[in-house]
Design a protein around this ligand. Structure first.
Ligand code: UT7
Length: 316
């Protein structure tokens, strides 16, 4: 796999920590010290498809190809308001592509899984050019009276175009079945046969401390094993592009890896946690700021509900 173009898109509305005080008892100080988040972007009159389409068009333009040249779209997404059809089928029509599409639902770690699937399609010669995107609106998952979760998230989308190449050095994926620490059930219709008391609520449930602990230990050990398997040291990696959920989680992983602060760039302070879109939004910003050069080694690593982690090494 070789990455030939990147793009991202964010909602225009900037929401500061102080603005959240209108909805529940919180403070800028609490949010900054516990998460590092200062602002986030939240959708107003946009919809997720708009963001996803803009991010994809930017990636396609940067790659210098036509949408008709794509022969697969792989999309990481959990928060689209359609259960079906897939977000990727909607994006396909919006950008004028004609290829098959698939959505992966692997929560915040989904982007690394999407890259991994794209690499397999390229390696098995079943595709030549693939659009890999992540688009999420996790702010629509939050119960806006629940301060524990509502302060954490933001909306956004990011995409890359990949083609055949030798830039995907390897990946490591882990799922440890622990469905209690982070989950959300979807709202289902009632049936006339339903037994009383089987109503399922659909509010996000999160044990923040446990997610924090599993994220730091899961990502750190996965990345360490991956580096070891490829005979690489922390200092060989230009950037660790980590899931942007919490500044303290990023610092924890950085310390475990003995990486320098500048090796772990962040956007969480500006955009909050945009779920699986967070890594690719950060990546696009680094590429567009000319902070990544061809040949640089990058590690992507994410964690999320499952409990799932996924990491990969990419030579840009
Ligand atoms: O993509 C994966 C998504 N999830 C995550 O990344 C979550 C990972 N976990 C975390 O980031 C942290 O655990 C949190 C930021 C969610 C919470 O930080 P914490 O240091 O683990 O705090 P806590 O949950 O132990 O809560 C400490 C106190 C509690 O009050 P009491 O019981 O000590 O009186 C909470 O009620 O902070 C209170 N609290 C708040 N106070 C002001 C919780 N949320 C807020 C809030 N504003 N927004």
């Amino acid at each position: 796999m070789k990455i030939i173009g990147t793009g991202s898109a964010l909602p225009k509305k900037v929401v500061t920590n102080d603005m959240l005080k209108e909805f529940f008892d919180t403070s800028d100080e609490w949010i900054r010290t516990r998460t590092g988040i200062e602002t986030r972007r939240i959708m107003t009159d946009e919809c997720l498809l708009d963001l996803a389409t803009t991010a994809c068009k930017r990636a396609i333009e940067a790659a210098g190809i036509c949408p008709e040249e794509l022969d697969y779209i792989v999309c990481s997404n959990v928060s689209n308001n359609y259960v079906y059809p897939t977000l990727s089928s909607m994006v396909q029509g919006a950008i004028g592509a004609t290829c098959p599409c698939i959505d992966l639902r692997n929560a915040c770690a989904g982007y690394v899984y999407a890259l991994d699937v794209a690499d397999m399609y390229l390696q098995t010669r079943r595709a030549n050019k693939i659009l890999v995107l992540a688009a999420e609106e996790p702010t629509r998952f939050c119960h806006w009276e629940q301060r524990e979760t509502s302060v954490l998230f933001g909306d956004g989308a990011g995409a890359v175009v990949v083609e055949k190449g030798d830039g995907f050095l390897g990946s490591k994926m882990t799922t440890v079945s622990n469905t209690e620490v982070l989950y959300q059930r979807k709202r289902l219709e009632s049936t006339p046969f339903e037994v009383e008391g089987t109503y399922i609520d659909h509010i996000m449930v999160m044990n923040g401390r446990e997610v924090f602990r599993m994220a730091v230990s899961g990502c750190s050990s996965e990345i360490s094993h991956l580096l070891q398997d490829h005979n690489l040291k922390t200092s060989d990696i230009k950037y660790f592009i980590l899931h942007q959920a919490n500044m303290r989680i990023i610092s924890g992983i950085q310390q475990h890896l003995d990486a320098k602060t500048e090796q772990c760039p962040t956007t969480v302070q500006k955009y909050g946690n945009t779920s699986s879109a967070s890594m690719v939004i950060l990546f696009d910003e680094l590429v567009r700021a000319n902070k990544i050069q061809r040949g640089d080694l990058l590690v992507f690593s994410g964690f999320g509900a499952g409990f799932t982690t996924g990491s990969c090494i990419v030579r840009y």
